[in-house]
Design a protein around this ligand. Structure first.
Ligand SMILES: [Zn+2]
Length: 292
């Protein structure tokens, strides 16, 4: 019972992989439908799963959004084209006729990163800084999913009470300051509409002072989040991932800000090891752990 078809549903791409004993043997991806019609997601899932599931004992799905009782909900209505209250688990079950496990993508990636830590650690947090800011938290060797599936949405804790409105509806969330999208938006004000997070980061690496200010603000915000998680949950290690989290020089900036805090607020920092497949691998590993 260990051959898994893992699926990762992101805002722009949906990936599927056959995973056996933690090794990916086949990987494919399609575009996430932009339509809010649930039928569009039904069709995309059928396209992704059909043919691949014949070799799988079970299916593990990691998805952006909130997963509660197998239903996909949106914290940010803009994500997944506004698809809300989508019966993800039962739909995949209907398509594949296999046991199905469904989990939030950052939680899944956090589990994969936790499993790949070289040291024997019981408490850790994974923070991904990419289009948005997400997290997966492991306490006493257990992945926190929460009573409503929300656990780990650390990108939506407060960073600036006077900050701009976040996609979740609150003002001044970490995500609205530190994410790649927020970095791009700050750059648009200076360099025009074509600007995105990647462009600002390139200028940062070229030592542009305004880009340095934007990236520094992002890193300071993430350092505050690391400190909040450390003092609240007493995590031994915080792993940073995502395109911004893994960008050259970023973790050093966060570490530098973190060094300014009292020791109880500090935590060991490292970069993610599992790369873009962390959601797929983590979902498969997590589903397997539930079967034991
Ligand atoms: Zn928010």
């Amino acid at each position: 019972m260990n051959s898994c078809l893992a699926i990762d549903i992101g805002g722009t791409k949906m990936a599927a992989a056959l995973i056996c004993d933690g090794v990916i043997s086949y990987l494919t991806q399609i575009k996430t439908p932009s339509s809010t019609r649930p039928e569009a997601m039904d069709e995309a899932l059928t396209e992704l799963i059909s043919g691949l599931d014949k070799d799988a004992d079970f299916i593990a799905v990691a998805s952006t959004g909130i997963i509660h009782n197998g239903i996909l909900g949106a914290l940010n209505p803009v994500n997944l084209g506004g698809l809300n209250n989508y019966p993800l688990k039962s739909k995949v079950q209907e398509i594949s006729q296999r046991p199905v496990y469904v989990i939030n993508d950052a939680q899944a990636a956090g589990w994969a990163e936790y499993k790949s830590l070289p040291q024997d650690i019981s408490n850790m947090a994974f923070i991904t800084i990419s289009t948005g800011v997400g997290a997966g938290i492991v306490i006493n060797n257990k992945l926190l999913t929460g009573s409503r599936g929300i656990a780990g949405h650390a990108g939506h804790v407060l960073a600036d009470p006077n900050g701009s409105r976040c996609g979740c509806g609150r003002r001044g969330c970490v995500e609205s300051i530190a994410s790649g999208t927020a970095i791009g938006n700050a750059g648009k004000v200076l360099w025009g509409e074509h600007c995105d997070g990647k462009y600002v980061y390139k200028k940062f690496l070229e030592q542009d002072p305004q880009a340095q200010k934007i990236i520094q603000r992002s890193a300071q915000t993430i350092a505050n989040l690391v400190a909040d998680l450390s003092i609240t949950l007493d995590v031994e290690q915080v792993v940073l991932g995502g395109s911004i989290g893994l960008a050259p020089g970023y973790i050093e900036l966060v570490r530098h800000c973190l060094d300014e805090f009292p020791p109880a607020h500090q935590s060991r920092l490292s970069t993610a090891a599992c790369g873009a497949d962390a959601g797929l691998i983590g979902a498969a590993q997590w589903a397997l752990s539930l079967q034991k």
